[in-house]
Structures are given as structure tokens and as C-alpha cells.
Design a protein around this ligand. Structure first.
Ligand SMILES: NC(=O)c1ccc[n+]([C@@H]2O[C@H](COP(=O)([O-])OP(=O)(O)OC[C@H]3O[C@@H](n4cnc5c(N)ncnc54)[C@H](O)[C@@H]3O)[C@@H](O)[C@H]2O)c1
Length: 335
């Protein structure tokens, strides 16, 4: 089988995940070009794959590369760096996998979704958990139970390393940047939301103290209440102020005859009055995400991925609606 030629835009933390989970192992792909403004990062990526086509950014890459020289692009850059990156990929007709959040500008996202559809281009967004065996089990349990009930979700921890994470204007807030994985999981389980109400709090994390950037201005924690069809109400909390022991992270779903405790990317506990089953994660969901994208490109089938751009945009829009509620104090009615 001919190897698909991959171009990398962004060689930071998350691209490292795609490298170790997929590019290093898959036999039918080959990294052929890399781009990153940080010299050390682009050189390290180039050395890892013996690549000579090394560029300072996406503009330099696009000036030299085309559909004739690259089959697919993987894009993992900070949320505010999406300036002409995906647009040019669409213009050139190059399928791409882009990391969430794909933009902080909803209009840009909508224009792109339309352009992608017009070209029937294969795209994927990095919602890795849609490929997680544990989330598939949660979905099977939820789908086979009487509809309705209570859902609690939590992503609670410390402040991630990248500089752009500590400013709300460059990360979009923890819900949009990080807990968007569980938000997307809720959409996957329950469909489109009816309404969203959210609050956000600050004051615990002090900018400039304990290794925190003096520019820190994002929320310490937030709580989102989302209404779905069938009287499902989900409460989703996010927090980044925790420095010590962490509480439960994941999803807690109360069905009529069983309780599901999905421990974030680790294990799933299913409890009934008769038994308790504790199921560990068995798959590398990033590898499965990347495999699904590559196979969809080979098949020329944009629907063969679980989270194409247009669908991922709906999750992002739900995150933006929650942000709007945090800012205005209003319930946002979505439909
Ligand atoms: N799906 C997941 O589970 C997951 C996990 C972590 C991060 N992410 C997402 O991946 C994205 C990147 O996160 P990260 O942790 O890798 O950040 P990072 O800061 O470690 O890396 C981003 C890299 O992009 C480079 N870059 C910026 N503009 C560029 C351009 N125009 N051309 C080429 N390179 C450019 C930067 O120099 C940097 O090296 C973010 O949107 C983040 O939310 C997703």
C-alpha cells in the first residue's frame, strides 16, 4: 500500500501525542513536511522523521507544498493561531485533522464548515474520546436505558503548561479549551442541547504567584447546566485551581437501574444492586482517531470519521453559548 504523505502544522505538545500514538507506529503513513515557528520544535520533529522539508509556519509550508506533494495535514496550534491555516488547506483541497478548539471565532468556523462541505473534503477534529472504548460502553448503556435522568461531568485539575492557556482571550476558557471533550461527549450521548446556563468564578488563583503567569486571567472554575431532550439535565464543572489531590473527573450518569461512573480516560464502573463491574481502558484513542481519519481519506468518505469539522463546530458553538451565559448571567435558549 502506498504511504500517505503527512504535513505537520504545529509541533508542540499535542502533536507529540499524534507522533507517539500514530505516526511512529502506523506503517501506511509517512511524515514528509513539518512547520513550527519555534526552531527547536520543528527541527526535533524533522529529525524524528528524517524530513528535509522544514518550514517556519503554515504560510511557508503552503508556498512550497500542494496536493501533489502532501496527502493530508495534521494541525495542532494554539486556538488563536488559526489564521488562514484551514482555509488554505480547503483551497488546495488537502484533507486535514485539526485539534479542538478549531477557532475562537464562530463566524470563521461556520464559513469553513460551508467551504469544507462544498468541496466534500475529509476532515476530522481531535475529539479523541469518541474513539475511547469506555465512552462507547457508556453510549451503549445510555442508548439501551429508558431516556432521561441526571448527568454530572467534571474536569478538575491544575493549570496546563502552554503560555496561551492562562489567558481567557487566547484559550477560550477551560470549558472551550479542555472540558470541551466532555461537552462533546454529552452531545454524542444526548444530541443537541435545548438551553444552557453557566457561571464562572475567579479569585483563588493569584496571577504571578506559585508559578502562575502574571497574565493569568482565566476563570478558576465554572459550572454549566445543560438541558437536553427527554428531560436530561447535565451539570458540567471545570476547574484549574487545584494543586493537591483531585476529586472525581469524568461523567457520573444515574440511570433508573444502574449508575455509570466514567473515570476520565481511565476506567468505567457500572453499578447495579446485583453487581459492580470495573472496566479498564484498553485502547489508545488518539491512535484510533488518527486511523479513522487516514482510512476516511483513503476511502474518500468525509462521513467515515466520528467528528468531522461541521459536527465538531456544533460542540464548539455550545461552548461559546455557555461562555456567553457566564458573561451575561442569562440562560441561553438554543432551540
Ligand atoms: N485532542 C486533545 O486531546 C488535545 C490535547 C492537548 C491539546 N489539544 C489542542 O491542540 C492544540 C495545540 O495544543 P498544544 O498543547 O500542542 O500547544 P503547544 O503550545 O504545545 O503547541 C502549539 C504549537 O503550534 C505552533 N504554531 C503556532 N502557530 C503556528 C503556525 N502558524 N504554523 C505552524 N505552527 C504554529 C507553536 O509554535 C507551538 O509549537 C490546542 O488547540 C489544544 O487545545 C488537544
Amino acid at each position: 500500500m502506498e504511504k500517505l504523505r503527512i504535513g505537520l502544522i504545529g509541533c508542540g505538545g499535542r502533536m507529540g501525542g499524534h507522533m507517539s500514538s500514530f505516526f511512529d507506529r502506523a506503517e501506511d503513513v509517512q511524515v514528509v513536511a513539518v512547520a513550527d515557528p519555534i526552531e527547536e520544535r520543528r527541527n526535533n520533529a524533522a529529525a524524528r522523521y528524517g524530513v528535509a522539508r522544514v518550514y517556519k509556519d503554515h504560510n511557508e509550508l503552503y508556498a512550497k507544498e500542494s496536493k501533489e506533494t502532501i496527502d493530508v495535514l495534521f494541525i495542532a496550534i494554539e486556538p488563536t493561531a488559526h489564521v488562514g491555516v484551514e482555509e488554505t488547506a480547503v483551497e488546495k483541497g488537502i484533507p486535514f485533522l485539526v485539534e479542538k478548539p478549531m477557532t475562537l471565532d464562530v463566524e470563521q468556523g461556520r464559513k469553513l464548515a460551508k467551504a469544507i462541505e462544498e468541496k466534500n473534503l475529509v476532515t476530522a477534529v481531535g475529539f479523541q474520546d469518541r474513539y475511547l472504548d469506555l465512552m462507547e460502553m457508556v453510549k451503549a448503556e445510555v442508548d439501551s436505558a429508558p431516556k432521561g435522568g441526571l448527568v454530572y461531568g467534571a474536569w478538575i485539575g491544575g493549570i496546563p503548561g502552554p503560555w496561551w492557556w492562562q489567558k481567557r482571550s487566547t484559550c477560550g476558557g477551560q470549558l472551550v479549551e479542555q472540558n470541551i471533550h466532555l461537552l462533546d461527549g454529552l452531545r454524542w450521548l444526548y444530541g443537541e442541547a435545548i438551553s444552557v446556563y453557566a457561571t464562572a468564578s475567579r479569585g483563588l488563583v493569584k496571577p504571578g504567584e506559585n508559578g502562575v503567569s502574571p497574565l493569568y486571567d482565566t476563570d478558576d472554575h465554572s459550572t454549566v447546566v445543560i438541558r437536553f431532550d427527554n428531560n436530561v439535565t447535565a451539570t458540567l464543572v471545570s476547574a484549574c485551581y487545584v494543586r493537591g489531590t483531585r476529586p472525581f473527573c469524568g461523567l457520573g450518569i444515574t440511570l433508573q437501574d444502574r449508575v455509570l461512573e466514567y473515570h476520565l480516560r481511565n476506567n468505567l464502573v457500572i453499578r447495579t444492586t446485583a453487581e459492580t463491574r470495573d472496566i479498564p481502558r484498553k485502547v489508545d484513542q488518539t491512535a484510533l482517531l488518527d486511523r479513522a481519519f487516514i482510512d476516511a481519506v483513503r476511502a474518500g468518505d468525509p462521513k467515515a470519521v466520528r467528528s468531522p469539522y461541521a459536527d465538531a463546530l456544533k460542540t464548539l458553538e455550545l461552548g461559546f453559548a455557555a461562555n456567553k451565559s457566564m458573561e451575561t448571567g442569562q440562560v441561553i435558549i438554543l432551540r
